[in-house]
Write a protein that binds this ligand. Structure first.
Ligand code: NAD
Ligand code: IPM
Ligand code: MN
Length: 361
């Protein structure tokens, strides 16, 4: 039996609800594939602030470091929105990413045929969409120095963040972008703002230089404003997108809607090979529907499938999990965010039960 230590970070809002469903599904998959999961839960985000005053307790980071993989649900909520920046749930999440050096965030946006009618876009626009957004995750304007709110000579305040990338940071994410495209349809689109930003000019120069090492990948470039427009206009032109931290954050939420709902989108945050990755949905803690059994757990379940595939090297178990998601949709089960006429409305728990029933057969 393969033994895996998995740190669970249920976090806030809908986090604990979608995590509970996912853990049940993982347990069944584990039995079926002879995988022994040792789950250890840790505090993170608002839940950690309430218990310890710190959104990322040292103990949590240490537990994550010593596990094979980390499964994170979501953090944040109104309750903590007015705390000083260093005490906010989001700062804990950035600390986790930085602490584990998770510089590459893979965010696949794939439209499942069952959900075409749940998309706000026309069938012919979204049918067949299969995009991988490779987002840089530990640099750029999220981390650049100086940052803060400073007083000027006149006493007026000035808010500052710095968008910065070193050559090394660009090269390592560019490599992930090219290697990802190579395994897919061989097309890489690098998204920047090189017409205005110096940091983007360096980004573009390094990506072009790197392309020499990947002659089989067809490289293109788009400015981020145009990329946002093209994603909605004709998303099928995209295969793999590589971009910086902030642009990737925004474009991946846009790409999410192509698939019908952000409640369907998983992600994998990866560092150097052999170090634990974090697997988390693209969406947040959805405080507007938290505690009401309304959340779609499928992004979390699909994030666990990415964990099986990328961190634990169990592609068959991952396939099985993704098949169960497909079948549950085939059978017509829908949470509110992906509901369409004639389908069976269910809550988070019932969606989980439907998944378990499929896996039992
Ligand atoms: P959000 O993604 O939490 O919610 C956006 C909208 O999508 C809401 O209407 C919500 O109800 C809906 N939604 C999201 N996930 C859903 C699901 N699984 N099923 C059904 N509907 C779903 O974004 P937001 O409202 O901007 O942020 C809320 C909080 O989450 C903030 O504190 C934010 O900082 C945090 N956040 C955390 C993460 C993370 O933990 N990785 C990511 C994004 C936002
Ligand atoms: C995400 C979130 C985070 C980000 C926030 C909550 C820090 O929006 O994971 O996409 O901006 O990276
Ligand atoms: Mn985001």
């Amino acid at each position: 039996n393969q033994h895996y230590k998995i740190t669970l970070l249920p976090g806030d809002g809908i986090g604990p609800e979608i995590m509970a469903v996912t853990v049940e599904v993982l347990k069944v998959i584990g039995q079926q594939f002879n995988l022994e999961f040792e789950f250890q839960e840790a505090l993170m985000g608002g839940a950690a602030i309430d218990a310890t005053g710190n959104p990322l307790p040292t103990e949590t980071l240490e537990m994550c470091r010593q596990s094979h993989a980390v499964l994170l649900a979501a953090i944040g909520g109104y309750k903590w929105d007015n705390l000083p920046r260093e005490q906010r749930p989001e700062t804990g999440l950035l600390g986790l990413r930085a602490g584990l050096e998770l510089f590459a965030n893979l965010r696949p946006a794939t439209i499942l045929p069952q959900l075409i009618d749940a998309s706000t876009l026309k069938r012919e626009v979204v049918e067949g969409v299969d995009i991988m957004v490779v987002r840089e995750l530990t640099g750029g304007v999220y981390f650049g120095q100086p940052k803060g709110i400073f007083s000027t000579e006149t006493g007026e305040k000035r808010g500052v963040n710095t968008m910065a990338y070193t050559e090394g940071e660009i090269d390592r994410i560019a490599r992930v972008g090219f290697a990802t495209a190579q395994k897919r349809r061989g097309k890489l689109c690098s998204v920047d703002k090189a017409n205005v930003l110096d940091v983007s000019q360096l980004w573009r120069d390094r990506v072009i230089a790197m392309s020499q090492q990947y002659p089989d990948v067809e490289l293109s470039h788009l400015y981020v404003d145009n990329a946002a427009m093209q994603l909605v206009r004709s998303p099928k032109q995209f295969d793999t997108i590589v971009t910086g931290n902030l642009f990737g954050d925004i474009l991946s939420d846009a790409a999410a809607m192509l698939t019908g709902s952000i409640g369907m989108l998983p992600s994998a945050s990866l560092g150097e090979a052999g170090k634990p990755g974090v697997f988390e949905p693209v969406h947040g803690s959805a405080p507007d529907i938290a505690g009401q059994d309304k959340a779609n757990p499928l992004a979390q379940v699909l994030s666990a499938a990415m964990m099986l595939r990328y961190a634990l090297d169990q592609p068959q178990a991952a396939d099985q999990m993704e098949r169960a998601v497909n079948q549950v949709l085939d059978q017509g089960y829908r949470t509110g965010d992906i509901m369409s006429p004639g389908m069976k409305a269910v809550g988070c728990k019932a969606m989980g039960e439907a998944l378990l029933k499929i896996l039992d057969n």
